[in-house]
Ligand binder design. Structure first.
Ligand SMILES: [Zn+2]
Length: 242
């Protein structure tokens, strides 16, 4: 109905209600079986980005999941690793982030970065630390999406050379703010992705279409709208879709 052709579904960085490896492995399996099949039933193609959540799984089980992750990465529907990254920059988050980056490098996959969200007070301090670790691990920054952008850290994110995800949802960026950013920054559009939080935690399923509508009302042309919502992510993740 909304013109959606494909989606990349990332593993959440926070997986409350789960404390063990089995639940995470089931989640990955669900992405690659039920979600992929249901998507086809509904008329779009679903791909997955996998990672071990950094909240909600104990350290030992996180190790178990990391050891199993390479098997899952070989699946044709897996197009990235993520969400990975930092939220509060605890020692555990940092170690897990480094492990994920090493796996992404070894498997030649792009990564989706969870970063402190728009209103998180630690954003200004933690977001640069994410870049520091990426550089320290020798991971190509242009293969990263700095997701959950907020106005406060947008300039920094744009300056990294990475892609910038706007994450449209109630606790992140509102649709009109995202549309305004695309309208006002033609020189930055090539590295903007308009994405959403799917329908999780009471979010609106139609956030990307809302941004598309707002962009139309602001007078942006079809090609620009198509670029930030479809062509850029399709190319970045190398989706096998014509
Ligand atoms: Zn996140």
């Amino acid at each position: 109905m909304m013109g959606m052709e494909a989606a990349v579904i990332p593993s959440p960085h926070m997986f409350l209600g789960s404390h063990d490896a089995d639940t995470v492995l089931l989640l990955w399996e669900r992405f690659l079986t039920m979600e992929a099949n249901t998507a086809t039933t509904l008329g779009y193609e679903a791909f997955a980005s996998l990672s071990v959540p950094f909240f909600g799984v104990n350290h030992r089980d996180a190790e178990t999941c990391l050891a199993r992750l390479p098997d899952f990465l070989a699946h044709e529907r897996v197009v990235a690793i993520g969400e990975i990254g930092l939220d509060c920059a605890t020692d555990f988050e940092i170690e897990l982030f480094r492990e994920h980056l090493r796996l992404a490098k070894a498997h030649d996959l792009p990564v989706i970065l969870h970063t402190p969200i728009r209103l998180a007070p630690q954003g200004a301090a933690v977001t640069p630390k994410i870049l520091e670790i990426i550089e320290d691990e020798g991971f190509p920054v242009e293969r990263c999406v700095f997701d959950h952008a907020g106005e406060e850290t947008l300039d920094f994110r744009m300056g990294t050379g990475a892609m910038v995800g706007l994450s449209i949802c109630w606790d992140k960026m509102p649709p009109e703010v995202a549309a305004r950013y695309v309208a006002d920054n033609p020189d930055r559009r090539a590295r903007v992705m308009v994405n959403s939080e799917l329908g999780g935690q009471g979010n609106d399923y139609f956030m990307v279409p809302r941004v598309m509508l707002a962009m139309r009302l602001m007078g942006l042309d079809k090609e620009t709208i198509d670029k930030v919502c479809w062509r850029t992510p399709k190319e970045f993740f190398g989706l096998p879709i014509v």
